[in-house]
Design a binder for this molecule. Structure first.
Ligand code: GLU
Length: 511
């Protein structure tokens, strides 16, 4: 690649960022970093009707949480500032009129109501109305009206738009880095609006092309839903005379529902119980809320790892990738053409893998707040150790409390099933004997306690299972928990004896 790689993520702030959008941002970022290029964040907010307050902040916070760094753009600045299209509004009219003057575009004066009437008329004949080469000279446009009339209408403040004059019956040959060569006959396309006088704003197509050009974008990597716009975008580059520096394009496959058919939507998530947004979202207008991966307890690294593999594969069996490993391995040739089916269980699997790989030091800062919530004040070392012992059984940080609470809170109630099974026969008397064995141990380390207790059980020819399960009942209060000596060494000798004494003194054996 001899051109400097400059990619952009160009979301419209129309609501919370869907995970498909996060994946688009991620692939842009990986591509930029892979090629030593720049990642730009441009906010495309020219559609005032669909603007949602708070959505831009949500996008920025989501990218930050995911570890997707922005080199230039909204919130960061850069040589092509401003990067918010609403702040660039003065710029676009000049480009739209340039196209009119060059014969690539024209003024159209129809009102929305007139167009609605036309549409209905067509429908009543079983046809669909398209604003194209067949009708543009029959409607009130600068192609049918005289120059004077056009000027007069503009001067008196009539509402107008500038439309692209789509050539008739020409083949546009395009290249997509994922899909290969694509061809379209222009007669199948309509004359898209480029600029609207009513709010003095460009539409997506014009602003997008002008900004990609001015911001020197080398590669446009975006969702498949923009593929139908590609012929128009190619022709816009041609019309402006910018084909030499036109970016290359890559259209990413859709994220599909877990069942396969169709695009993954919020409704799928609601129905099946998983988030489709990175962060929790509250709509500022309706108050409606949506779940987020962050608040559901996912690690950002696990979330990113999962997303990276939805539509891209490394060509090996490797599944766990750090951001740096993704950067090193990523290439657009390994992005699939076919849609990628979202698998909620796989997302959990990824989180569990990241949980299991964490060190006690990494677990401590995420676990301490949960302990404090339960009124437990312990050193970082103790907190980290508790989480570390049980991490293999946890998928989310929130699972850890249930898995470790008995380390901090002595049982005073006992699981019915375990009581019935073990708090009977010889077991209570043997637990009293075991108490004395434990009381005699000076070095209460895991290994030493294990060795002494085992030697005692062997010597007495007691059943290992009965003894250990009765001890578990006393120390944990239930049939769960890690290895018994993990518990004894964690809570220490004094606490062990106290818990055994409590059971012996307070619960009558069942037989
Ligand atoms: N603003 C468009 C969007 O919301 C950007 C599409 C593109 O990347 O060209 O997806």
């Amino acid at each position: 690649m001899n051109r400097e790689v400059r990619v952009r993520f160009a979301p419209s702030p129309t609501g919370p960022l869907h995970i498909g959008g996060v994946r688009t941002a991620l692939y842009n970022y990986l591509f930029a970093r892979r090629h030593g290029g720049k990642m730009i964040l441009r906010i495309e907010d020219t559609d005032s009707q669909r603007f949602v307050p708070g959505a831009e902040d949500y996008i920025i916070e989501s990218l930050k949480w995911c570890g997707i760094e922005i080199d230039e753009g909204v919130g960061v600045g850069g040589p092509h500032a401003p990067y918010r299209q609403s702040e660039r509004r003065e710029l676009y009219l000049k480009y739209a009129t340039q196209l009119v003057e060059a014969g690539w575009a024209y003024y159209a004066f129809d009102s929305a109501e007139e167009l609605d009437v036309l549409r209905k008329e067509y429908e009543s004949r079983g046809e669909t109305f398209a604003y194209n080469f067949k009708v543009r000279t029959t409607l009130p446009t600068s192609l049918s009206l005289s120059k004077e009339e056009v000027e007069e209408r503009i001067a008196r403040g009539d509402i107008w738009v500038i439309r692209f004059k789509m050539p008739e019956n020409e083949i546009v040959k395009m290249h997509d880095l994922i899909r290969g060569d694509v061809e379209v006959n222009t007669s199948t396309l309509d004359d898209k609006v480029l600029y609207k006088s009513i709010d003095a704003l460009p539409t997506y197509h014009l602003a997008n092309i002008v900004d990609d050009h001015l911001m020197e974008i080398s590669h446009v990597i975006r969702g498949e839903e923009w593929l139908p716009s590609l012929p128009l975008h190619y022709l816009l580059y041609k019309a402006f005379g910018w084909t030499d520096t036109q970016p290359e394009f890559a259209h990413l496959p859709l994220l599909l529902k877990p069942t396969g058919g169709g695009k993954l939507s919020k409704r799928d998530g609601d129905k099946m119980g998983f988030p489709v947004f990175p962060l929790h979202w509250v709509s500022p207008t309706t108050g409606e809320t949506a779940r987020g991966y962050r608040e559901d307890g996912y690690f950002a690294e696990a979330f990113i790892n999962m997303l990276a593999l939805l539509g891209w594969n490394p060509g090996t069996e490797q599944e766990i990738f750090s951001m740096q490993e993704l950067i090193d391995a990523f290439s657009l040739d390994r992005v699939s053409k076919a849609g990628a089916r979202f698998q909620p269980d796989k997302a959990k699997w990824f989180n569990a893998q990241y949980m299991h790989a964490k060190t006690a030091e990494e677990l401590c800062p995420i676990y301490q707040p949960i302990l404090r919530e339960h009124g437990i004040e312990v050193s970082d070392e103790v907190a980290g150790k508790a989480a570390f012992i049980m991490k293999e059984r946890a998928t989310f940080v929130s699972d850890l409390w249930d898995l470790t609470s008995y380390f901090f809170i002595a049982p005073t109630e006992y699981e019915e099933k375990q009581l019935k099974k073990y708090w009977k026969g010889d077991n209570p008397a043997r637990l009293a004997e075991l108490r004395e064995v434990l009381a005699s141990i000076d070095d209460f380390s895991l290994e030493n306690t294990e060795q002494i207790v085992h030697a005692w059980i062997t010597e007495k020819e007691y059943g290992m299972g009965q003894i250990m399960n009765t001890l578990r009942l006393a120390l944990v209060g239930a049939g769960k928990g890690p290895g018994m000596y993990d518990v004894t060494s964690f809570i220490g000798k004094e606490e062990c004896l106290k818990r055994i004494d409590y059971l012996l003194a307070n619960v009558k054996p069942l037989e």
